[in-house]
Design a protein around this ligand. Structure first.
Ligand code: C5P
Length: 229
C-alpha cells in the first residue's frame, strides 16, 4: 500500500511554556517533530510526508527538520488541530492508497507501528493507535470531589498515528463543515460520526503526548535510552 502522512505540528505549545512552538523544542538532541518524521520515513510504505507547522514558521521548521527525501511539503497549519490536518491533506500527492495523521507531540512512535497500522488497512477502512485505559476513572465535581467512579471496561485512550484508506479520509474532510473542524479533536471521531468502522490497535510501546514540561522530561529519558521497537 502506498501511504502518505500528515504530521500536525502547528500547536502553540502554550501549556508547555517553552517560549516557542512545541514542535521545534529540542528533545534528546532533535526538534520534537523530527522524531516523528524519522519514524514515518523509515516505514517502507510511507512515500510522502507533509508537516503542518505554525503559520509563518515554514522556514524555521524546514531549517529545524533538515533535508528528508520523503518530506513533500511544509505548510502553514491553522487555528484548530483538524483545520491543520485539512491543510496538510490538501498538500499530499493525489495518488495514495493510505493516509496517516500523526501528532508531532508523540515522538516515540516507531516505523514498526506505522507499518502495522498500514497493514491493517488491507481489511479495515480506519485503524488508530490506542491503549486500554489503565487507571480507575473518577467523575469530579467543580470542587474536585469525586462524584462517582466510572466503569473503565471497554474504554481506550485514542492516540496517533491514525490511519485511513485515502478516499475515506479525503471524503470525510470534503464533507466536514467549519463547526466540525473547530470542535473535533481527532480524525477518528469524524469518521465514527459518518458510520466508518474504526479499529483500535494497541501499539505495544509507550506513546505519550507531550503537553507539559513533565511529559517532555519523560520522553527525553525514553528517547535518550533508545527507541523501543
Ligand atoms: O494541543 P494538542 O497537544 O492536543 O495538539 C495535538 C497535535 O495537534 C499537536 O501535535 C499540535 O501541534 C497539533 N495542532 C495543530 N494545529 C492546531 C492545534 C494543534 O497542528 N491549531
Amino acid at each position: 500500500m502506498r501511504a502518505g502522512a500528515v504530521i500536525v505540528a502547528a500547536g502553540s505549545g502554550e501549556r508547555l511554556g517553552a517560549g516557542g512552538p512545541k514542535a521545534l523544542v529540542r528533545v534528546a538532541g532533535l526538534p520534537l517533530v523530527t522524531w516523528s518524521v524519522r519514524a514515518l520515513e523509515e516505514a517502507l510504505e510511507v512515500e510522502a510526508i507533509v508537516i503542518a507547522c505554525p503559520p509563518g514558521m515554514e522556514r524555521e521548521t524546514a531549517a529545524a527538520v533538515g533535508t528528508h527525501a520523503q518530506v513533500h511539503a511544509i505548510v502553514p497549519g491553522s487555528t484548530s488541530r483538524q483545520r491543520s490536518v485539512a491543510r496538510g491533506l490538501a498538500a499530499l500527492p493525489g495518488d495514495l492508497d493510505a493516509i496517516l495523521v500523526h501528532d508531532a507531540a508523540r515522538p516515540l512512535i516507531t516505523p514498526h507501528v506505522v507499518s502495522r497500522l498500514v497493514a491493517r488497512l488491507a481489511a479495515e477502512e480506519a485503524v488508530i493507535a490506542a491503549a486500554p485505559v489503565p487507571d480507575t476513572l473518577k467523575r469530579a465535581d467543580g470542587q474536585l470531589h469525586v462524584e462517582h467512579t466510572v466503569d473503565r471496561t471497554g474504554l481506550w485512550g485514542a492516540q496517533t498515528p491514525q490511519a485511513f484508506r485515502a478516499p475515506t479520509l479525503l471524503g470525510i474532510f470534503g464533507d466536514a463543515g467549519p463547526e466540525e473542524l473547530d470542535s473535533a479533536t481527532d480524525c477518528a471521531g469524524m469518521a465514527e460520526r459518518r458510520g466508518v468502522r474504526v479499529l483500535l490497535m494497541d501499539p505495544g510501546i509507550p506513546n505519550p503526548k507531550v503537553t507539559t514540561q513533565a511529559d517532555l522530561r519523560l520522553v527525553e529519558a525514553l528517547l535518550g535510552a533508545g527507541r523501543i521497537a
